[in-house]
Structures are given as C-alpha cells and as structure tokens.
Design a protein around this ligand. Structure first.
Ligand code: SF4
Length: 117
C-alpha cells in the first residue's frame, strides 16, 4: 500500500511517501522525511494510527463537561471510546484536570476534564 502524508510534527511540513505492507505492518520504503521524528510519525500513522479525543461528558444533575484524552488512543477505538464516554457521568464538583474515566478501554489513556463543572 502507498500513502502520502504531510508531517505535522514541526512547521516545515515535509511530504512523506510511504510504501508498506498492511498485513505484516512492515515499512518497505519511505522518502521525503527530513528527520527521525518525521520517520516515526509516518510509521505510526501507517502502522498504528492514534488520535487525541476531545468531547464532552454529562455532569450528574445536568450540563456538559468538556473532556479529552490525556494521551492519544488507537484510531480504531474512537467509536468505542465515545460510547464509553456517553455512558459516563462527571461529578458536579469536577475540576479541570480531574480524571473522569481512568484507563479508558484499557488503552492507558485517562479521560480528563478540561474545565470546571
Ligand atoms: S520530517 Fe522532520 S523536519 Fe520534516 S516536518 Fe516532520 S519533523 Fe519537521
């Protein structure tokens, strides 16, 4: 499989071309990256893409609390993460930085409040 990516690690925005085997998750050829960080970014995007998740969770008694993951989660789990967040409730006294859902779906990422309730 071939992909062209714009590296978002720094403002230079290198265009990276990657040829990889989807089944074996092996990189066959990579060109265009100007540094090691770009190589790691392109490898992760092709082999195991992750994303930060930003959304809201219900507050007990009413209202919505903005939350986000504290680390990126696998892109393939985003829908299941949203379902878990939709089932959760934040306490009325939640403060910015509080963990609302620890280790969501065993990903190692916590869902944390980004504002006070
Ligand atoms: S490959 Fe390196 S230099 Fe190019 S955009 Fe990515 S981080 Fe920046």
């Amino acid at each position: 499989m071939n992909r062209k990516l714009i590296c978002i690690v720094c403002p230079k925005g290198c265009e990276i071309s990657v040829e990889y085997n989807e089944a074996t998750k092996e990189i066959i050829k990579m060109t265009g990256q100007a540094c090691r960080r770009g190589e790691e970014y392109a490898r992760a995007e092709c082999i195991s893409p992750t994303r930060m998740l930003t959304t809201t969770v219900r507050i007990k008694g009413g209202g919505l609390l903005p939350v986000r993951t504290d680390k990126p989660v696998p892109r393939g789990l985003m829908f299941e993460c949203m379902k878990a967040i939709n089932r959760a409730e934040a306490p009325r006294d939640a403060k910015v930085g509080d963990v609302i859902i620890p280790n969501i779906l065993g990903t190692g990422s916590d869902i944390i409040a980004t504002a006070n309730a």
